[in-house]
Ligand binder design. Sequence first.
Ligand code: FBP
Length: 354
Amino acid sequence: MSDSSIAEHADLGDFKTLEQFILETQSEYEHSSGSFSRLLRDMSVAAKIVNRDMRRAGLLDIYGQTGITNVQGEVQKKMDALAHKEFVLALRRGGECCLIGSEEHAEAIPIDASSESDGHYIVLMDPLDGSSNIDVNVSVGTIFSIYRIPDDVPPEEATLDDALQPGTDQVAAGYIVYGSSTMLVYTTGHGVNGFTLDPSIGEFLLSHRNLQTPDRGSICSINSGNYHAFDQGLRDYLNWLQEYDENDPNRPAKTRYIGSFVSDFHRNMLMGGIYMYPSTQGNPDGKLRLMYEANPMAFLIEQAGGKATNGKTRIMELEPESLHQRTPLFIGSPDMVDRAHAFLQGNAPQQRTS
Ligand code: FBP
């Protein structure tokens, strides 16, 4: 983040709330009827509730597991269930959403007629990303992707097929990171902006305007514990990243892997870096879910000048087949994703520093 934008907002009074910012930028948005700003307001309300409980998790009975195995085959954490419930409740209450897809629910969740929803938005979400870190007080997040059903489709007739559209059809995407501070970062296709929650006034305030990721960085985020299950091309790329080169200030790269995609992505977007969850022999499709992890982050990183692929194809152009399908993911600074690609295709200029 440039010093000028920090200095620009030194005077607290100058901080815009999320709602003020949305209303100001609403004209940029095709369907600017206020319904999108209300939808994002609903998401931010749920985020504040989850944040409140997250900050006191050790004092509440929300650590541990629910004992339920979710559609991913993972034993659901209590915080996964809590976050899922809060976002579904807020979206139902708000009435701007007609269908929800969640990592914690096998089928798409229709907004029942009783909620008088005339909303035309579909929200796909990972209510709590980084589940393995919840009970150990390491930062986690929420990821969301927003689609819009055609105006001539009555909300009550919205189906999952209306959501199974390529990432390029997203109208908005974002995440909330519950870290040293809580931030909401989103895009509607007009740049990426970040808002920090000021708990003293309970408002998300604009703190990171028009985020851009550096073309290159020195951070590599990957679970190197799977190194022996990686393709040779990827191993070559990781070895190349670890080589010392006096002409290349970004090598050897630093390995930073929190195990929460949101947190690794956020850091890398700000500082420059690449996050990779590749296919492995055991997981030919990788681990991350296309519709509510890869697609929304791909939309964000592209808006911030970065790139996201599955190792072959741009993530945003993948034709989805199911709500919970997985995809290999290479995402981050453009030059680093291009270089990873070249190694994966076996035609990398190993010797030339980029
Ligand atoms: P969920 O926690 O939502 O299931 O997300 C997947 C995830 O936890 C990512 O946040 C993280 O980057 C990755 O899986 C960690 O996986 P692994 O432990 O296999 O490296």
